[in-house]
Design a protein around this ligand. Structure first.
Ligand SMILES: C[S@@+](CC[C@H](N)C(=O)[O-])C[C@H]1O[C@@H](n2cnc3c(N)ncnc32)[C@H](O)[C@@H]1O
Length: 203
């Protein structure tokens, strides 16, 4: 497996592509991650209108993605995380319409993130990208619900480390998380399957 690119390398690529570093978004970093490690199955938790999801499906032809979102207002939540003026019904219709072009390469799943996670097997995803509710308890819940779904040596990652809730949850659960330097993304590399590796070594 290749090592991950550093921020300096990302900035070099951005310059070659004549993109301003500020225009280097989460989907550009994820595209590099997917291509650099030949990742085949991913999940995005929090899809909204599918900007990130469809960019990845367009640029990474071998990738299959699960797109998971509640796509409903949550009026009892405080502040912008109540999604009241987010037009999520419209976003969901658009995602359903746009996803038709990708056939079996995309699975759209409407529901609470932790409930969806509980219905999936462990260790199936090459990467999971968490970008749903950014409050501390909710980010923590998402990380705890989804980390087991990632394969050994896969990537648990997400967006918006500059949100206090995201930052606090990461510091508590993964104090050694990597800050990517692109659009406030973060990642953690899952440990390898030690027992399997030991069996291969002694064979
Ligand atoms: C920041 S937006 C996602 C943006 C998207 N990742 C992108 O890059 O374009 C957050 C989304 O998370 C969804 N969401 C929030 N809390 C959720 C939960 N507990 N379960 C499922 N989806 C949730 C919201 O409905 C909203 O569409």
């Amino acid at each position: 497996m290749k090592r991950l690119k550093t921020t300096v390398e990302f900035l070099k690529i951005a310059k070659q592509r004549k993109q301003l570093p500020g225009a280097w978004k989460r989907w550009h970093w994820l595209e590099e991650l997917v291509k650099g490690h030949d990742l085949r199955l991913g999940a995005e938790i929090g899809v909204k209108a599918g900007r990130n999801l469809f960019y990845l499906l367009d640029t990474c032809p071998r990738l299959v993605m699960y797109g998971i979102d509640l796509w409903e207002p949550q009026p009892n939540n405080p502040g912008p995380q109540n999604y009241v003026n987010w037009h999520l019904e419209k976003a969901y219709d658009q995602v359903l319409r746009d996803s038709k072009a990708y056939g079996d390469r995309v699975i759209i799943w409407k529901g609470w993130s932790h409930e969806v996670a509980s219905q999936l097997d462990d260790g199936i995803f090459d990467f999971v990208f968490i970008d749903a509710d950014h409050r501390y308890e909710q980010v923590k819940n998402d990380i705890l619900s989804w980390k087991g779904k990632v394969k050994p040596k896969g990537f648990l990652c997400g967006h918006d480390t500059h949100f206090p809730g995201v930052h606090s949850a990461l510091l508590e659960l993964y104090p050694d998380y990597i800050e990517v330097g692109t659009d406030h993304c973060w990642y953690v590399r899952m440990p390898g399957d030690e027992s399997r590796e030991r069996a291969i070594d002694s064979a």
